[in-house]
Design a protein around this ligand. Structure first.
Ligand SMILES: Cc1cc2nc3c(=O)[nH]c(=O)nc-3n(C[C@H](O)[C@H](O)[C@H](O)COP(=O)(O)O)c2cc1C
Length: 240
């Protein structure tokens, strides 16, 4: 089983998204999957310019020569695609959106009716892959992921993919400081690993496991207070 993971956090392996993604991929590897991970920050992926050459002049091929040439065959081959992104203003990061837009050569320009909805047929052998979202955000509430979930589910319908669920870590910025303070939050990372193992071995992730990944780390009021306190300290340190 081939897994292709894309992490679009500019913090890459040092970011909060990676804190959840890395054990999740570890679980998948342990279950026997062949996993490849790419960071958008290390890739050269230009935004789509809307020429649609990839549909008419050079079917299946974009005129822009960059890392999408290497990535498109991997996307086509992947049994599971993992989109890992921090929430940036209620959506995916810019580089992640660029990458997704540049997947258009995988479709044909024609329209077809799929499940009663107007869609583009996929190019080549239609392979229904699974898609997982891994995300974290700064705000405290789980509802901050709602726009992202709506988008990823819509993307899956568009791309004929199966949405397999999401590992969502609200108040993700609390993880690092809590570990430094010696708080025990290991259960979150163990659950992320378990979710990866389950997806490969059983074809799905358990809701209870995903709940642990996103469990409350500290009360809302305390999070606001601690965050504001450390921001004030950082601002005061600059004044000195
Ligand atoms: C440009 C920008 C926009 C952000 N927008 C949101 C947002 O809309 N909602 C939210 O909860 N967090 C938001 N955040 C906070 C990030 O999601 C949070 O810091 C996250 O932990 C970053 O993950 P990373 O370390 O993997 O990059 C934003 C951060 C940045 C830099």
């Amino acid at each position: 089983m081939k897994v292709l993971a894309i992490n679009s956090s500019p913090k890459m392996a040092k970011g909060n998204t990676a804190m959840i993604l890395i054990p999740f991929l570890e679980g998948m590897r342990e279950a026997g999957a062949e996993v490849e991970l790419f960071y958008t920050s290390k890739l050269n992926i230009k935004p789509c310019t809307g020429e649609i050459n990839c549909w008419i002049k050079t079917p299946g091929e974009c005129y822009q020569k960059d890392d999408m040439q290497m990535l498109l065959p991997k996307i086509h081959e992947a049994d599971i695609m993992v989109f890992a992104t921090p929430v940036y203003v209620d959506g995916v990061t810019g580089p992640m959106k660029n990458l997704i837009d540049r997947m258009v050569p995988l479709a044909k320009p024609f329209f077809e009716l799929r499940n009663g909805h107007c869609r583009h047929p996929l190019r080549g052998e239609v392979k229904s892959n699974k898609v997982v979202l891994v995300s974290n955000c700064g705000f405290w509430e789980m509802d901050n992921f709602e726009p992202l979930l709506v988008y990823m589910k819509a993307y899956c319908k568009n791309a004929s993919s199966e949405f397999s669920g999401a590992l969502l870590r609200p108040h993700g910025e609390a993880m690092g400081p809590m570990i430094e303070m010696g708080e025990h939050i290991d259960d979150i990372f163990k659950a992320a690993k378990e979710a990866g193992y389950q997806l490969v071995k059983e074809g799905k992730m358990s809701i209870d496991t995903l709940k642990i990944v996103g469990r409350e780390l500290l009360p809302l009021e305390m999070y606001i207070q601690i965050t504001n306190q450390s921001l004030r300290e950082a601002l005061n340190a600059l004044k000195k």
